[in-house]
Design a protein around this ligand. Structure first.
Ligand code: BDR
Ligand code: CA
Length: 409
């Protein structure tokens, strides 16, 4: 294995993954310095430090344009379950995604790696442990991930997910513990031990995945596919421009999109069409198994908050759709795009911009300065992602609900 456990990056990973608050300032400064110095983050470095210079297309953009999407639907291990790592910030819809994955024979969950996002890591981590226990799948290792985005302050979404991340429903304290490896470490180890086999399913901010890729430049070539819940080509849900997961850590998202890994983006364009109904909740409540009961409680509590004027106005099962797309690829339709993640906007950080092949890819015009004439700011279109552009919500719920209730045919 290509790793030096004493490297600064691994020390940083340990600090960021469940590290103490007292280390925050040091971590933030280190993280920013390291991110700016890293070649993958070079373009972001320019933008953050105001040193973008005259290069109309940055190093990462050139890299991304060199990539081409492959078929992402096929399982790298045909005839066997697809092996996945779930990176997640549970989260009400994360809970449904984890339950769906753990109860689907088409998938083999190799690890779950909680990250900060919907609520802080000190809640997402025990929530992940609880969900694994409820599902009776304590064989699946859970590894603590990042407690902060790469270079930004953490913004959470407790107004949607409840103070504890599970709609305020109280489940017992988990008995199992996280493994000793951090999330980036376990991602690296499992992928390296099984090159070409492990699909990453990331349904939270992309901090953990970016840290793993950044620490190990060869890793990307060993990952056959990444499916993310995140992004949108049709407006945001946390700002007018950005979807929540990308908004929380846009710099991490950019690293993942630019890693040259076949990537499927299951964004708000499709996930906000997968809305839970009263009927779905009743079906969950009617089944007696612990997963269905827990899912029913979480959904019921969310529904009640919504009815009583909470900020949530409808329950979209964003993350579960991303998992469902690996079990039944026909639940979504995909289209090749070149997706760029905005990192420098005052109002737009985390926005995903999709170029679909109609003409070359262009940036905004350079500012008028005394600097020499910039290079031409156009390059030919080349996709770096398959974006989910269509969904069959009935087909999704016909898969999801029986898997959770245990009434699957
Ligand atoms: C995404 O943000 C989170 O709040 C959800 O869990 C989902 O991953 C939707 O924008
Ligand atoms: Ca999530």
């Amino acid at each position: 294995m290509n790793r030096d456990p004493k490297s600064e990056q691994e020390i940083e990973q340990k600090k960021n993954c469940g590290g103490s608050r007292s280390a925050d300032r040091e971590r933030a400064a280190w993280s920013r310095r390291e991110f700016l110095a890293n070649s993958t983050g070079f373009a972001v470095a320019g933008a953050i430090s105001g040193l973008a210079g005259n290069h109309p297309l940055s190093a990462h953009e050139m890299m991304a344009r060199g990539s081409a999407t492959k078929s992402l639907v096929s399982n790298p291990t045909p005839g066997k379950p697809r092996r996945i790592i779930i990176d997640t910030d549970p989260g009400i819809d994360d809970a449904m995604a984890i339950f769906l994955a753990l109860r689907s024979p088409e998938l083999k969950v190799e690890a779950i790696t909680p990250v900060c996002g919907n609520v802080p890591l000190d809640l997402t981590l025990p929530n992940a442990l609880r969900l694994v226990e409820i599902a009776g799948r304590t064989d699946v290792p859970v590894a603590a991930g990042a407690s902060h985005p790469l270079v930004r302050r953490l913004v959470t979404s407790g107004h949607v997910h409840g103070v504890n991340g599970l709609a305020g429903v109280e489940f017992p304290e988990p008995k199992i513990k996280p493994v000793h490896e951090t999330a980036p470490e376990i991602i690296r180890r499992i992928v390296r031990e099984n090159p070409g086999e492990i699909t990453i399913v990331a349904v939270g901010p992309l901090t953990n995945v970016a840290m793993a890729l950044r620490a190990d430049p060869e890793l990307a070539s060993m990952i056959p596919a990444v499916t993310i819940m995140g992004g949108s080509l049709s407006g945001g849900n946390i700002t007018p421009a950005a979807e929540f997961n990308l908004y929380v850590d846009p710099e991490a998202a950019r690293i993942v999109f630019d890693a040259n890994i076949p990537l499927t983006m299951v964004g708000l364009d499709v996930t906000r069409k997968c809305l839970v109904s009263e009927q779905h909740i009743k079906q969950l409540e009617a089944a007696s198994n612990p997963v269905s009961q827990a899912a029913g409680k979480i959904m019921r509590a969310t529904y009640e908050r919504m009815r009583h004027g909470g900020e949530v106005t409808e329950i979209a099962l964003h993350d579960a759709l991303a998992v469902a797309s690996l079990i039944d690829p026909g639940v979504i339709t995909r289209k090749d795009y070149y997706v760029e993640v905005e990192t420098s906007g005052e109002w737009t950080a985390g926005q995903t911009l999709g170029f679909d092949g109609h003409g070359p890819v262009r940036k905004s015009p350079p500012m008028e300065t005394s600097a020499p004439e910039p290079q031409p700011s156009e390059v030919p279109f080349k996709p770096n992602a398959q974006v989910a552009v269509g969904v069959d919500p009935d087909r999704f719920f016909r898969l999801l609900i029986p898997r959770l209730t245990g009434n699957a045919a």
